[in-house]
Design a protein around this ligand. Sequence first.
Ligand SMILES: O=P(O)(O)OC[C@@H](O)[C@H]1O[C@H](OP(=O)(O)O)[C@@H](O)[C@@H](O)[C@@H]1O
Ligand SMILES: [Mg+2]
Ligand SMILES: [Zn+2]
Length: 164
Amino acid sequence: MENKAVFFDRDGTLNVDIHYLHRPEDFIWIPGAKEAIRHVNDRGYLAILVTNQSGVARGYYPESDVQHVYDWMNSELQKVGAHLDALYYCPHHPEGTVPAYTKACSCRKPATGLIDAACARFHIDRAKSYFVGDSDGDMLCAKNAGLKGLRYEGGSLLDLVQKI
Ligand SMILES: O=P(O)(O)OC[C@@H](O)[C@H]1O[C@H](OP(=O)(O)O)[C@@H](O)[C@@H](O)[C@@H]1O
Ligand SMILES: [Mg+2]
Ligand SMILES: [Zn+2]
């Protein structure tokens, strides 16, 4: 059986983009973000985080920080009866400073590698799925991946996601 999913961008969509965020103490939720995730949970969509984290390639923080912030997000979401089902991130950048992550890859949005990996793992029906993001790159990624794009431009994220 195929699943349906809502893919969420992180920085600028679920939290205020303070540039290369990597510590829970710096994380400020966007208004309505937790409620938006609960909204899609309650409607039977997988809620999947897809985020570019070139701060890893740039040497600003290790990959473990990306996972740590995600785990913290889920602990906060649990308090309101919401959850994220999976984390997919791109740690690469062509102009990084850490050799292991310095490359042109197929997973940095707007490329679709993160979405493709999630769709394969969770058997996701793209025609029934959405991508909620804040940037031109996110909307291009949605188009490239065959997802319906919803662009967050301020206000309550729940108001936007209630269109689903
Ligand atoms: O969850 P997102 O919006 O995919 O994460 C974006 C951030 O990693 C980072 O992205 C951009 O930086 P790079 O293009 O990767 O250098 C900028 O928008 C930064 O402000 C963001 O923090
Ligand atoms: Mg963003
Ligand atoms: Zn990548």
